[in-house]
Design a protein around this ligand. Structure first.
Ligand code: ADP
Length: 261
């Protein structure tokens, strides 16, 4: 609670009363804390790859006679850490852009076209890990009023995660269907799963169940926060069922107000 007293005086400078403005600032403080936590997290996340890049550049500069193999190894690290920085910055910018928007610009889009693009982009990634990925689409003609780029982002984030967190030889199922004029997107995997206590937290920015694993697979910790925001802006909701060591199921529902036919 914030008290803001204003003292009232008469013409002889004698205090004759006061006005107290009582304001509940709990929400404001919460928001402010969230904002400063976010800035601290962003700084930390950006610093980690930068420290690694400058460390390896310095080593290369100081050791001119370094053998070719070691040199290439260091250059490889610098390259992958730079890629990581780029992904982080792209995700931070996207998240802040979405958060500042109450609504998203929509176009008439055939969901199947987005689905096909995502299929082409992800099937190869799954094959590399020998993951059996099965796509099921029930209505090829389904047209919806939606933002094409954001819808693609939702698909990609969930499928990319399923591939990242499912070990070699695992199974993934992607289902897109319309049900009482809602679009339902389900991504089911039999991967590492999420412990019960983390299920609600994975949608927070930078929250990761296993930091080392996320880093190893190239995660930024922002994918699910972005997904949740986009779905919220479209008036939909995200559900997550998961069991440790058994697998996860993400279910996205986008309501019928976005439908054209
Ligand atoms: P990241 O870039 O780390 O993957 P996300 O926001 O996409 O960030 O996901 C947050 C965390 O949720 C991940 O670090 C991981 O711990 C967990 N997670 C997300 N998807 C899955 C999944 N399909 N299976 C198991 N864990 C998952």
């Amino acid at each position: 609670i914030k008290l803001d007293p204003v003292y009232l005086q008469n013409t002889n400078n004698v205090m004759i009363g006061s006005i107290i403005n009582i304001e509940d600032i709990t929400e404001k403080v919460k928001l402010e804390n969230m904002r400063s936590d976010f800035v601290a997290n962003v700084s930390h996340e950006l610093k980690t790859p930068l420290t690694s890049i400058s460390g390896f550049v310095e080593t290369l500069k100081l050791n001119e006679n370094i053998d070719k193999q070691t040199r290439n190894k260091f250059l490889g690290i610098i390259e992958s850490e730079s890629d990581r920085l780029k992904r982080l910055i792209d995700d931070i910018l996207l998240l802040s852009f979405i958060e500042n928007k109450d609504s998203i610009q929509v176009d008439s889009v055939k969901i199947y076209d987005i689905f096909k693009e995502v299929y082409d982009m992800t099937i190869y990634m799954a094959e590399l890990k020998d993951i059996d990925i099965n796509y099921e689409f029930s209505d090829e003609k389904l047209s919806v009023l939606i933002n094409r780029d954001y819808m693609k982002q939702i698909f990609l984030n969930l499928i990319d995660n399923a591939i990242k967190y499912t070990p070699q030889g695992g199974k993934i199922k992607v289902i897109v269907k319309s049900e009482s004029k809602n679009i339902i997107l389900k991504v089911i995997d039999n991967g590492v799963g999420i412990p019960k206590e983390d299920i609600n937290r994975v949608f927070e920015r930078f929250y990761r169940v296993d930091k080392a694993r996320s880093r190893e697979v190239g995660g930024t910790g922002l994918g699910l926060a972005i997904t949740k925001h986009i779905v919220k802006n479209l008036g939909g909701n995200v559900e997550l069922k998961s069991e440790l060591d058994k697998g996860s199921e993400f279910i996205i529902t986008i309501p019928n107000k976005n439908f054209l036919s």
